[in-house]
Ligand binder design. Structure first.
Ligand code: GLN
Length: 477
């Protein structure tokens, strides 16, 4: 088997026993990434210094003492996660030439663990979108079928990990952006509890929802990388819990799985429902107990999410004014003219739509009607989840209504937003959730099973997903 197809665990073992070097491994992965780049468009920037890091990893391995856990493993990083000295664009003209003066905490932890950063991955502009097609670098295509999108917004990270252009990848998930592209590409995508991974250096979209997640080709690898970045950080104001225990035993015996009727509604395609329910039945045959549950606020949650996330985005993106950093328009007649022109030319349509929506819902006279009601709905949803988790350990659901989105699909924004119904509820409630491949649709595209856990019970989610994998869950690649 080619090195770029192997798991992180296997590669770690091979590196330590000197069956291959980190430089050799990186050459293979880099070669693979560049070979599929013209077709998939997964990367925005390749890391010129990657080979230097691989050489360092080889030196550590040669010394044979205190080898860090990810030593020599090639990892891709989504282009909204700051990397010191390495261009970080958010797929936006606004940050097209931005070189961060510092790295995100997650990136620092990755590097301290010996990982090698292959490059920065393509995405929707400022992570706003569902098909990685709103950015300035063009759409990311699906490795399973290039006439389909890789999903979004972390489409580049999912396509890179799934195609062998990276062993693991970091993405960000605000309303489903790690889980959905992972499911489209046949990879595993884990979105941890809100606050489990520091947001320091993650370029803000919606601060009360943004999380850094991991995409890999199997559950154990995904857990390995998550464990590295799951650490308290005093540079993040979010109250971080202590590091979570690691208990990836994969036991499904007695695991109580809730099936929410509302996430199997008529807008979900039959083949997606069937694949997900078959996966649940497989878990049942390994000892899990299935319960029907209700999540009445699920569909209202989508509206609340788009109000809250846009409100936060409108405030977060106010910093791009052409003054301190980012794109600055030329030939401006006054400072006000410069702000206006820089923002008009620097942001794309989807980002402008969210800024306008967000400004509107926060405006005097509209605040009570929209923002306040959305915030109340979020509270109600959290209470519904609290009730569910009194009688369930985990919730199983689809990730997305359809298996994939065809490239260039012309849909109205409201239709695209409504399709986020399966991922958004747990985003609003800050809960951990994972997507694991559970079959293929007639069009040949992978389908994902989503498992959602109680906030801070990340290990329950990872372990259940691992249990499904052990029970014979569907994997390819
Ligand atoms: N599709 C959602 C949106 O457009 C999710 C984005 C995300 O998670 N970054 O907001």
């Amino acid at each position: 088997m080619k090195l770029y197809k192997k798991s992180a665990y296997e590669l770690s073992e091979m590196l330590r026993s000197k069956q291959c070097s980190a430089v050799e491994l990186l050459s293979e992965v880099m070669c693979r990434a560049k070979e599929v780049q013209p077709e998939l468009n997964a990367y925005i920037t390749f890391n010129e210094d990657a080979f230097k890091s691989a050489e360092k990893a080889d030196i550590l391995i040669a010394r044979d003492e205190d080898i860090p856990p990810l030593c020599g493993i090639p990892v891709a990083v989504k282009d909204n996660i700051s990397t010191k000295g390495l261009r970080t664009t958010c797929a936006s003209r606004m940050l097209e030439n931005y070189i961060p003066p510092y790295s995100a905490t997650a990136v620092e932890l990755l590097e301290a663990a010996g990982a090698v950063i292959v490059g920065k991955t393509n995405m929707d502009e400022f992570a706003m979108g569902s098909a990685s097609d709103t950015g300035i670098f063009g759409a990311v295509k699906n490795p399973a079928d290039a006439s389909y999108s890789a999903g979004g917004s972390s489409g580049g990270s999912a396509a890179a990990a799934a195609s062998g252009g990276a062993v693991l990848a970091l993405g960000s998930d605000t309303g489903g952006s790690v889980r959905q592209p992972a499911s489209f590409c046949g990879a595993v995508g884990f979105c941890p509890s809100y606050g489990a991974v520091s947001r320091y250096g993650l370029i803000a979209f919606a601060s009360s929802l943004d999380r850094i997640g991991v995409i890999g080709r199997n559950v154990r690898d995904t857990e390995l990388l998550h464990n590295i970045i799951n650490a308290a950080d005093n540079k993040d104001v979010t109250k971080n819990p202590k590091k979570f225990p690691r208990s990836l035993n994969g036991s499904l015996s007695g695991l109580r799985i809730g099936i929410p009727k509302e996430l199997f509604c008529e807008s979900i395609s039959e083949e997606v429902k069937t694949a997900v329910m078959n996966a649940v039945k497989l878990m049942e045959s390994s000892g899990a107990v299935i319960k029907e549950i209700r999540l009445p606020s699920a569909s209202a949650a989508v509206k609340a999410y788009y109000i809250i996330s846009s409100a936060e985005a409108s405030s977060n993106l106010a910093r791009y004014d052409g003054v301190r950093y980012g794109y600055r328009a030329e030939n401006c007649s006054s400072p006000a003219d410069m702000f206006r022109k820089s923002r008009t030319e620097g942001f794309g349509d989807e980002v402008k739509r969210r800024i306008m929506l967000g400004t509107f819902v926060l405006s005097e006279g509209c605040f009570d009607m929209y923002y306040k009601r959305a915030a109340a709905l979020r509270q109600k949803l959290c209470s519904e989840f609290d009730e569910i988790f009194k009688e369930c350990d985990i919730i199983a659901a689809p990730v997305y209504p359809e298996a994939g989105i065809p490239l260039g699909a012309q849909k109205k924004p409201a239709e695209i937003y409504a399709a986020d119904i399966c991922t958004i509820p747990s985003s609003l409630a800050g809960q951990p959730a994972i997507s694991v491949p559970c079959g293929r649709a007639l069009n040949g595209l992978p389908i994902g099973l989503q498992l959602i856990g109680r906030r801070y019970n990340d290990e329950t989610v990872l372990s259940a997903a691992y249990g499904y994998e052990l029970a014979g869950g569907v994997y390819d690649g």
